[in-house]
Write a protein that binds this ligand. Structure first.
Ligand code: MG
Length: 306
């Protein structure tokens, strides 16, 4: 242990700042997820799913930061990202759809069903540099009325999708998960990492991350287990510019190198759901952890854009 860190591999010492502490920026949520950084607006948006709201945190001149409600009700939104035009793209448990918020505030439905059957509850989303939208559709938002509305699934499984908003085409890119959850491309987009967090209400749920090769920008190949997360699960994660994967876990944030070796951990006092890089230099890791939003400055920059 070294302060807020646990060093597993000495390479991790170059990634962290020994004098930068974990900060709790805000608290009072039920279950927070989906952080996305807006550099142009100098703010972070994230979901408080059971409370059905999207929150906005911004650093203030007094460095204390300010928290406000960005959208409520919010259809029990979960994961968010931005497309290459900077627009907010969101997964909505409640409406069982993926939406885009236009610059004038209108909401465009990107997809809400596959072959005439409603999605389960889209969970997490990333946008590739070609504008295609890749998202996971586990059942967590319909198995209870805590994070959405309890209802029956219409599809035969929990799959991963690729949507091309240019022509509306939607395809299943992975169908062999119990419950796909977080996902992120490697910096060069040659790989897609997808976690499996297992079926709700079953014992010994899966808690690993898999890695796929992206073929022709539209299909996935492979899918070997990249890392087992212990304790906890890999609900959400992001890559830094070197391709290291920073993922949620039960005891904080775990950092894996591109070969799947655990380098170290950031200890967080609450169970972590999702993370994202942000701040003016994209070297601040924002951490959604159950009832609170945390952040820590690192010696690495996030790979995701914009
Ligand atoms: Mg998730």
């Amino acid at each position: 242990m070294e302060g807020d860190y646990e060093i597993v591999d000495n390479r991790f010492l170059r990634y962290i700042l020994g004098n930068a502490a974990l900060e709790r920026l805000a608290t009072g949520f039920r279950w927070s997820e989906g952080p996305v950084w807006f550099a142009d607006l100098n703010c972070l948006l994230f979901s408080d799913i059971p409370n059905d709201r999207i929150l906005r945190w911004s650093p203030d001149v007094d460095h204390g930061g300010s928290l406000s409600v960005f959208r409520q009700p919010a259809n029990h939104s979960n994961g968010h990202t931005r497309d290459r035009e900077g627009r907010l793209v969101s997964c909505e448990h409640g409406a069982r759809r993926v939406t885009r918020t236009e610059v004038d505030g209108r909401i465009t439905v990107l997809a809400d069903s596959y072959r005439g059957r409603r999605f389960n509850s889209p969970n997490d989303v990333v946008v590739k540099s070609d504008g295609t939208v890749w998202f996971t559709d586990p059942h967590y938002g319909i198995v209870s009325s805590y994070e959405g509305y309890q209802s029956e699934p219409e599809l035969d499984g929990c799959w991963v999708y690729r949507l091309d908003p240019a022509d509306g085409s939607l395809s299943v890119v992975a169908d062999d998960f119990d419950c796909p959850n977080g996902l992120a491309f490697s910096p060069d987009e040659s790989r897609l990492y997808i976690s499996d967090t297992g079926l709700f209400g079953t014992p010994d749920r899966k808690h690993h991350m898999r890695v796929f090769d992206v073929v022709d920008g539209r299909r996935l190949r492979g899918g070997a287990v990249f890392a087992e997360i212990e304790p906890g699960k890999s609900d959400g994660f992001r890559c830094d510019t070197d391709g290291n994967v920073w993922t949620s876990a039960g005891d904080g944030v775990h950092c894996f190198d591109p070969d799947g070796n655990l380098l170290g951990k950031i200890r967080v006092p609450e169970r972590v759901a999702n993370v994202t890089f942000g701040g003016q230099r994209r070297n601040r890791l924002f951490i959604c952890a159950t009832t609170s939003l945390y952040a820590i400055f690192l010696n690495r920059r996030g790979a995701q854009t914009p």
